[in-house]
Design a protein around this ligand. Sequence first.
Ligand SMILES: [Zn+2]
Length: 310
Amino acid sequence: MNAPGVRPITLPIPYPVGHVHLYLLEGDGLALVDTGVSRRALVGALEALGRSIEEIEAVIVTHHHPDHYALAGFLEAAGAEVWMRAEEIRRGHRFWLEAERWVAEGAAAFRAHGAPEGLIEAMARATLATRARVHPPRRPRPLPEDAPFEVVGMRFRVIPTPGHAEGQAALLREDGVLLVADAALAGISPMIARWAYSNPDPLGDYFATLDRLSRLRPAAVLPGHRQGFDLAARAAELRAHHQARLEAALDALAAGPRTAWEVSRALFPNAQAEERRFALAETLAHLEHLAARGLVRRLAGPPIRYLRST
Ligand SMILES: [Zn+2]
């Protein structure tokens, strides 16, 4: 990796992937890309580099998932400006400000799609427990979309990468270094999920993101998790992965209409209890993409069921 002035900071997170990479931008001052979830881990990592929280003048949050966003308010209180894409402020940031409302809407949506009550209760508990550890910023500022974003003397283009999160940003520095966040990852597929607060067709958005990424040809790719990769090749693999999942979803509907919950059991037979809500939200993203393309029809419920068109 050749990315002068970009220092990776890898912190542990309480999710299956196990870690997140933040990036410290060391230019005319200090900026941080993403935050991690543990205050102690972040403070300790900066201290190990001879730096302090108070020196961070800007935080760029690539998207609102806790491993990238949770400490934004903490860093803001220590003096940093927080930057996110306007779409992510409108949607993901608001999700954390209105967590109770979205828990209720998410429960109603999952119930309509056939999810069992135990899963719905577990989702509500998990979301509110996470909310208690998340520090939303008070004054997030919208990243410029039509002009370069300049921070600590570095100049970036903000690349919209919806799919994994509606307002996710990748940052392309003028020397070709790409901070890609979770838009593409090595060896794992970034979750493409449809939640109550999502756009109607997150997978359709993600296919457009993969097209956009495969045209970029960056000099270096710095992801939110795991190691770097060849972007165009990885984008093609991720596209093929989702095409195969769309075929599998159609296969699961071969014998007649099914709820999204039933299809999720077929697509993710090995998901553990705590993974089932993510499996359902990812299945919904695939079924709704098939519906948007006219390949399946949604039958009004409750429960809502999906039927192959052909
Ligand atoms: Zn992440």
